[in-house]
Design a protein around this ligand. Structure first.
Ligand SMILES: O=C(O)Cc1cc(O)ccc1O
Ligand SMILES: [Fe+2]
Length: 449
């Protein structure tokens, strides 16, 4: 597939956006005919005077099934896109380890949606960290953020050496103009931006809010389906990777780099989005959450939420993820003689949830679209009183859960609140009361109460 991109307009890249389907495929794409070398990666001289450059997302010797790299053919090599680095302050974007004295992370927490302010906030300055877990220096753990973006980045670019970013929009559209092409993203979709990839984030039509999971560890992958077989859950063809698109723009530009939790800037004289052609399997992609096919209990009981895993980032210990990204979407509830919502629960994994839209069945009130909850490592939680009473007394005919889309970032590591999450974000101080109203029903006599 080829895309021709010659305009110098800031958003010119997007004018020709297109996508290639598949998860983890070995893609190839060129924005100018013949820009991609055939039969080899490093010709003595590349067509169009391009430079060849490899972007290695895994160690050279990672097993074949996990090995990811992409070959880029670009106007200038990336080393030309970095000058001297100057530290800058990005005060609200925190990185693990970030254990704040006097902030208690032990607990069950919930936040109202964070209002999008009037002030000028970009993808970088609008990132608000809620929790961090693990340690970026050993490439283990994650951070959860809310983004509040009111301005497009202009002649400004970003990359994270620390992490892969999973982006979950909740309100407003985003355009990611990346080295590998353009991703247009809206609520009900997600995007993955791999570690090291340079991009600019634009707002096509006004402010945007959403959630980000920053993965310091091994990349997100599709979960194994086990006995479910070869279909359902997230299907590989529903993942979309952008086709090549480039800018040849000679303009003073700023590149911001996140590296071991520190932010630096460097100034260059051109756009770094100058990859004319590329091939490989290390790429940015998006996925429409409406294409997720949930599989559930069709006779009785409530299965573990792992059945709703969209993507999983392994930790090295089999079955114990660094991060699981889990989706609670519209679905039928049909279980007989069962309590259908989530059960009461204590979990070694810690569960950060966000509401994309609608109502979550275990929390009919108080967990609003844009809202967040945290049920940390081994801290009990479950349906609130209204959900418990409702589900305990409901007639168990087939029932469709409609108007609902929430998600969970579940990690094997305890999540630590940032100072901002504990003191400035709209935390619901009374959250734990939702369980205090649960009545004692036991009176020592047998029988269903
Ligand atoms: O609401 C939660 O806490 C998430 C969750 C959902 C579910 O279906 C089962 C267990 C669980 O922790
Ligand atoms: Fe839970």
């Amino acid at each position: 597939m080829t895309v021709r991109e010659t305009t110098a307009a800031q958003s010119g890249l997007g004018a020709h956006a297109g996508y290639m389907p598949g998860f983890g495929n070995d893609f190839e794409t060129e924005a100018l005919p013949g820009a991609l070398p055939q039969g080899q990666n490093s010709p003595q001289k590349c067509n169009y005077g391009l430079y060849a450059e490899q972007l290695s997302g895994t160690a050279f010797t990672a097993p074949r099934g996990q090995n990811e790299r992409t070959w880029c053919y670009r106007i200038r090599p990336s080393v030309h896109h970095t000058g001297r680095f100057t530290p800058i302050d990005v005060p609200h974007w925190k990185t693990a380890p970030n254990v704040v004295p006097n902030v208690t992370s032990l607990g069950q927490y919930r936040w109202d949606p964070v209002p999008v302010p009037e002030e000028a906030l970009t993808w970088i300055t609008g990132m608000r960290t809620i929790t961090t877990a693990g340690d970026v220096n050993i490439q283990v753990g994650m951070a959860s953020h809310v983004y509040l973006v009111t301005r497009s980045m202009e002649d400004e670019y970003f990359f994270s050496a620390d992490s892969e970013l999973l982006v979950v929009p909740q309100e407003g559209r985003l355009r990611f103009c990346t080295e590998l092409g353009v991703i247009d993203l809206e609520p009900k979709e997600i995007a993955i931006l791999p570690r090291g990839l340079v991009y600019r984030v634009e707002l096509p039509d006004g402010p945007a809010r959403g959630f980000v999971c920053e993965n310091y560890g091994q990349k997100f992958d599709l979960p194994h389906r086990g006995p479910i077989g070869a279909n359902c859950l997230a299907n590989p063809r529903d993942f979309k990777c952008p086709v090549a698109a480039f800018e040849d723009r000679e303009t003073p530009s700023r590149v911001v780099i996140k590296w071991c939790g520190q932010f630096h800037e460097t100034h260059i004289g051109h756009s770094p989005l100058d990859v004319v052609a590329w091939h490989g399997n290390y790429c940015a992609y998006k996925y429409d959450l409406r294409t997720y096919s949930p599989v559930g209990a069709i006779l009785f009981d409530h299965p573990d939420p792992s059945i709703f895993t969209v993507l999983t980032a392994p930790s090295g210990q089999e079955g114990t993820a660094n991060i699981d990204f889990v989706l609670f979407r519209e679905r039928w509830l049909v279980a007989e003689h069962s309590f259908r919502p989530p059960w009461y629960h204590k979990n070694i994994m810690s569960e950060l949830m966000g509401n994309i839209y609608g109502q979550y069945d275990a929390k009919p009130q108080g967990f609003a679209p844009g809202g967040i909850s945290l049920h940390n490592c081994m801290l009990p939680h479950g349906p609130d009183r209204d959900a418990f009473e409702g589900a305990s007394n409901a007639e168990l005919k087939p029932h469709k859960l409609e108007n609902t889309m929430s998600f969970m970032f579940e990690t094997r590591f305890p999540q630590h609140l940032t100072e901002w999450a504990a003191t400035e974000a709209p935390m619901q101080q009374e959250y734990v009361e939702v369980w205090q109203r649960l009545e004692k029903k036991f009176d020592g006599t047998p029988g269903v109460k």
